[in-house]
Design a protein around this ligand. Structure first.
Ligand SMILES: CC(=O)SCCNC(=O)CCNC(=O)[C@H](O)C(C)(C)COP(=O)(O)OP(=O)(O)OC[C@H]1O[C@@H](n2cnc3c(N)ncnc32)[C@H](O)[C@@H]1OP(=O)(O)O
Ligand SMILES: CC(C)C(=O)C(=O)O
Length: 790
């Protein structure tokens, strides 16, 4: 275990502040981007436990070129064969674009300088970068040199660099520039730093303006003082070095105190022209200054950085692979969490910010103005860096309604009303708390769909709208006879809804479609809810636009309320769906009363309601007169149950009455039939094998078609007259299961009876003729027949 000192002044010295009178940098502002030099392949690389392979260095170099770096320190060629060969490879394989300067580092040692020149032979644009440490500690401990000897070392080796560069420039047509680093600059006495550099400039002897400027790179080799001190040192250097116009003042900040970015920025304000650093701040110890961070800081101030980080994730992928170091999730601009807000108030502000910005941008665009970015908590548009907004808002137990509503809007297109946001937030909050984890977008959208039974069929609730018709009816009882002309109209809802998977027909009346549906649900299912709030908005544009409706229903006997949502291309349908969405929430698992129709005297239900029940339960479309006939049957049955009859009982009654789908013996039963040609080609002959009151008989008949021929055949068995009054048919089922269903109304007249009898029969068979014949037999069996003996 370590032991921190009670009084660290016994161990650590404070930095000696520079007495800089009337410093200018505090009131300077950024005007343009500095010259950037990436030293990822040198300072970054030398700091890695496993330096990059040649392949990795090549990949990295290409990435730097693609990002727009025009000055790249590619190696310390004298250090190793790997570095030397890499430089050779780039040159010999024409990897270096003409507008890019490669930079190579060498210490002030003759053998290593010579080796460095050998490495860059044949390159077009080279910056030779030589360094030696200048501070007292290094002079004394590492080099055992006085100030004069330090100056002499730097000047002598600079002269060597000058001679070699003159030589190589001529022989290999290379353009050389020279960079000198008084290593440990920020720990060196400032007057001495200037003195060394003056000596180096003299020894170089070729400093001029433009591309011929000498580069003085002033490193905070180890960051030992606050950034304002570094800025003071740079301002001092800039104002005291001679022939400033022939000098590029370059920065090389490290990050030991965690203020590398601040130091670089203040030093630029203090007059520096150039910055050396690494992507994402790789480098010795705590790293070199982070060039991505610096460039994007300028970008967010509206200053062109001349570096392109549009595909930031792609850049991160390459850099992390090459360096084998991760980018911290909270790293400025680049961390995977930096465009993410978990906390409620941040999410709320961002959601509001996006909405406000959308409107502002529309206004700007109409006025031909630039669309400025101004967003709470987001200093940069993530889209500029190739990030989507998806990750901007992430939800956990710290999140609020705004963030959740934002995600619902982004992913489902639904702009929830404020009160519904609160209601849904409580649901998500409960899940996040219970499961103690982040709620991903999928979790939220799924919870939304499940809660409001929204979207795909698998989320359908216990009640679901299948079809409906809204009609306008005059209001039944005007309040005031004199105001007849302003009498309100009301709406009638007639619809089919699925109730626990079974289709039901319900009807209700109200001032509008929604209250009519609520009335229907009250009447038929005992669901007693009233409307408290309703809002709607459009989703999408033009042809494909849909309406989204939000409804809050409140219980009649408590303060509890439920929200629902519905989306449909038809605005009425979207409102009705929203009602059922809320009703599903309200009924939960509660057992619903059996659906009943009122069929007694003066009841609201009629033949068409009964017919709807038969369509929905059995798939049979009864002809109108059949509907009326069956309605009488239903009414008779309803008398026994106080005028109420359940949907299930109606279907059962139908089956039993018409022998449909239930085995029931009939007086006449078809066993087989053959159709034959008649002598008269316009007519048909039929031979029937049939059971008449359990006796098999063979009879024939002739008619205009098979059915009339069958009636003629039957006629031979009965006294009186049988005629077909109405016939219709349709198919039921699908594919191999398809069958024909026939409906026949037979009329029977027999002497001695005052009234004709009319009955309906129903037959079904895979063969359409057989289905018609069976319908005839069924109808005939229901008649009070006077039969002839066999
Ligand atoms: C702050 C920085 O990042 S500076 C760059 C640092 N990067 C590197 O060092 C990586 C590459 N370096 C290397 O591979 C090796 O150090 C080499 C190949 C350059 C030299 O290796 P060696 O000859 O074995 O020497 P070594 O590494 O021990 O260097 C120390 C010697 O160089 C001297 N030295 C150190 N820096 C410099 C310099 N800038 N100029 C001249 N001499 C220097 C030291 O005084 C010492 O000399 P001494 O042997 O007479 O005492
Ligand atoms: C060689 C110099 C510039 C260096 O890398 C440093 O001081 O960090």
């Amino acid at each position: 275990m370590g032991c921190m000192l009670i009084d660290p002044s016994y161990k650590y010295k404070s930095y000696i502040p520079l007495q800089l009178e009337s410093r200018k940098w505090p009131s300077s502002t950024f005007k343009k981007a500095p010259i950037w030099l990436s030293t990822d392949l040198r300072d970054g690389n030398q700091a890695l436990a496993n330096p990059m392979t040649a392949d990795q260095k090549l990949t990295f170099f290409r990435l730097l070129v693609k990002c727009g770096f025009k000055e790249i320190e590619i190696a310390y060629p004298a250090a190793s064969d790997t570095d030397f060969s890499f430089v050779r490879y780039l040159i010999e394989h024409n990897e270096i674009p003409d507008d890019v300067w490669i930079q190579v580092l060498t210490p002030a040692r003759e053998d290593l300088i010579r080796r460095t020149f050998e490495a860059v032979e044949g390159a077009k644009h080279v910056i030779i970068h030589m360094y030696n440490a200048t501070c007292a500690l290094f002079r004394e401990v590492v080099f055992h040199n006085s100030q004069e000897q330090t100056i002499e070392l730097a000047a002598r080796h600079t002269a060597l660099v000058r001679d070699l560069s003159n030589q190589y420039a001529v022989s290999r047509d290379t353009k050389f520039r020279y960079e000198y680093s008084p290593e440990t600059f920020s720990q060196t006495e400032i007057e001495f730093s200037v003195a060394v550099c003056e000596a180096v400039k003299d020894a170089w002897g070729k400093a001029d303006i433009g591309d011929d400027r000498i580069i003085f790179n002033l490193p905070a080799t180890v960051e030992v003082a606050p950034p304002n001190h570094y800025a003071d040192q740079i301002e001092y250097f800039c104002t005291h070095i001679s022939e400033r116009e022939k000098v590029v003042v370059s920065l090389h900040p490290h990050n030991d105190r965690g203020t590398g970015i601040a130091a670089a920025e203040l030093a630029v304000l203090a007059g520096a022209d150039r910055i050396e650093g690494c992507l994402f701040g790789n480098g010795e110890r705590t790293g070199n200054v982070d060039l991505v961070n610096l460039a994007l800081n300028l970008y967010t101030q509206g200053i062109k950085p001349h570096l392109d980080f549009s595909d930031l994730q792609g850049i991160i992928d390459i850099v992390t692979q090459c360096n084998d170091l991760p980018v911290h999730p909270r790293h400025p601009y680049a961390g995977e969490l930096v465009f993410t807000a978990f906390s409620g108030s941040h999410q709320d502000a961002i959601k509001k910010g996006f909405e406000a910005q959308k409107q502002r941008h529309a206004q700007n665009s109409a006025n031909g103005e630039p669309q400025m970015w101004s967003m709470p908590y987001l200093p940069i548009d993530p889209a500029d860096l190739g990030c989507t907004y998806e990750a901007v808002i992430r939800v956990n137990s710290q999140s609020g309604k705004g963030g959740i509503a934002y995600l619902v809007k982004e992913h489902l297109g639904l702009d929830l009303p404020r009160k519904m946001q609160i209601a849904f937030y409580q649901i998500i909050q409960a899940i996040a708390d219970r499961e103690a984890r982040e709620m991903r977008v999928d979790d939220i959208t799924t919870a939304f769909r499940q809660t409001y039974h929204f979207g795909a069929i698998k989320y359908e609730g216990r009640l679901a709208l299948k079809s409906f018709n809204i009609t306008t009816e005059p209001s039944p009882s005007p309040l005031d006879e004199d105001q007849d002309e302003i009498r309100d109209e009301h709406r009638r809802f007639d619809g089919t809804i699925s109730v626990d998977g079974v289709l039901r027909v319900i009807r209700g009346d109200g001032n509008g479609p929604i209250s009519a549906l609520l009335h229907a649900l009250r009447t038929h299912l005992g669901v007693n809810l009233t409307l408290r709030e309703y809002t709607e908005h459009r989703i999408g544009e033009a042809q494909s636009a849909k309406a989204a409706s939000y409804i809050e229903l409140v219980a009649s006997d408590s303060a509890q309320s439920w929200w629902g949502v519905g989306v449909d291309s038809d605005i009425t349908a979207s409102g009705l769906r929203a009602v059922l969405s809320a009703v599903n929430g309200a009924i939960g698992d509660r057992v619903l009363p059996e659906l009943k129709l009122s069929v007694g005297f003066g009841s609201s239900s009629g033949p068409t309601d009964i017919a709807d029940v038969i369509v929905n339960s059995l798939g049979l479309q009864l002809p109108r007169r059949f509907q009326a006939s069956f309605f009488e049957v239903v009414q008779r049955a309803g008398l026994k149950s106080g005028g109420q009859i359940s949907y299930d009982n109606i279907a059962q009654l139908f089956k039993e009455t018409y022998g449909y789908d239930v085995p029931r013996p009939a007086f006449f039963e078809l066993l087989s039939f053959t159709l034959e040609k008649s002598a008269d080609i316009s007519r048909r002959k039929i031979a029937l094998e049939m059971r008449v009151d359990s006796e098999v008989r063979h009879v024939t008949g002739e008619g205009n078609g098979p059915l009339s021929a069958a009636v003629a055949a039957l006629q031979s068995q009965v006294q009186g007259t049988l005629t077909i009054r109405e016939y219709s048919e349709h198919s039921v089922g699908e594919g191999a299961e398809v069958a024909a269903v026939s409906f026949v109304e037979l009329v029977y007249e027999v002497e001695g009876r005052p009234k004709k009898q009319a009955v309906w029969g129903l037959g079904s068979d895979s063969d359409i003729t057989a289905s018609g014949l069976k319908a005839v037999m069924r109808a005939a069996s229901s008649l009070d027949i006077v039969s002839k003996s066999a």
